[in-house]
Design a protein around this ligand. Structure first.
Ligand code: IPE
Ligand code: MG
Length: 234
């Protein structure tokens, strides 16, 4: 979700004004995903690099997260949303962390939409923490280190239980992945939108989904193979 700052600047307002507008866009997109029966939505809300922003902007973002949690969790729960925060949560203030954990606890049994909010998250962090877990299992003698493969490492990622990632959308015109779900992006379709995040609405989402639906996903095979009904046969 990129472009909050520029959206505010266009209106001669402080960056936090853009972040507040960005929150409204988040609400609208979650609703749109619920209506469309989308199984999982992962939002990159705060990267491990965002701590480097000016102190007052980081503080304002934390305040917004806190208020949003208090305000939105009950309603999301009512809609059957399972909320998960992914990232290094230990870095957050206890009050915020407790609310994150409470939201995850409360909604853990929900199945309508898996809503994942990446905070203090980095794709490299996710790979490193998965590697740490398999290394520890090997040291304990539970697994054979020489047999660690993609599936085994993959089972330790933050969203390992979810289906493969289909569609990645970055708003704000930049054509970068910026350390989001690096491993999971291997075969995702990438859509880059020039819309600034606060302007990104259900119509933009539908356009991205239409773009996605028109693509041929070959997973390394030929076009003839994937268009044939027998492409799965060996
Ligand atoms: C939102 O957009 C991303 C967050 C970290 C909340 P930005 O704050 O990066 O907006 P721009 O890129 O300055 O326009
Ligand atoms: Mg930005």
């Amino acid at each position: 979700m990129d472009g909050n700052g520029r959206w505010a600047k266009q209106r001669h307002r402080p960056r936090t004004f853009g972040h507040r507008a960005g929150q409204k866009a988040v609400r609208a997109i979650i609703e749109a995903c619920l209506r469309r029966g989308i199984e999982a939505l992962t939002l990159f809300a705060f990267s491990s690099e965002n701590w480097q922003r000016p102190k007052d902007e980081v503080g304002a973002l934390m305040e917004l997260f806190l208020k949003a949690l208090d305000r939105e969790v009950g309603e999301l729960h009512g809609h059957g949303v399972r909320i998960r925060f992914i990232g290094e949560l230990a870095a957050f203030a206890p009050a915020l962390r407790e609310r994150m954990l409470a939201a995850m606890d409360k909604t853990t049994g929900n199945t309508k939409l898996a809503l994942n909010i990446a905070v203090n998250y980095g794709g490299r962090w996710d790979i490193a923490q998965a590697a740490r877990q398999v290394a520890q299992a090997a040291v304990r003698g539970e697994i054979d280190a020489t047999r660690i493969d993609e599936a085994q490492l993959g089972s330790h990622f933050a969203l390992a239980d979810l289906p493969p990632l289909d569609l990645f959308i970055r708003t704000g015109g930049e054509k970068r992945v910026s350390n989001f779900l690096l491993w999971q992006l291997a075969y995702a379709e990438l859509v880059f939108s020039d819309a600034l995040w606060p302007d990104f609405d259900a119509d933009h989402l539908d356009a991205a989904i239409a773009d996605f639906a028109a693509r041929e996903r070959r997973y390394g095979k030929t076009s003839a193979q994937v268009s044939s009904a027998y492409s799965g046969a060996h």
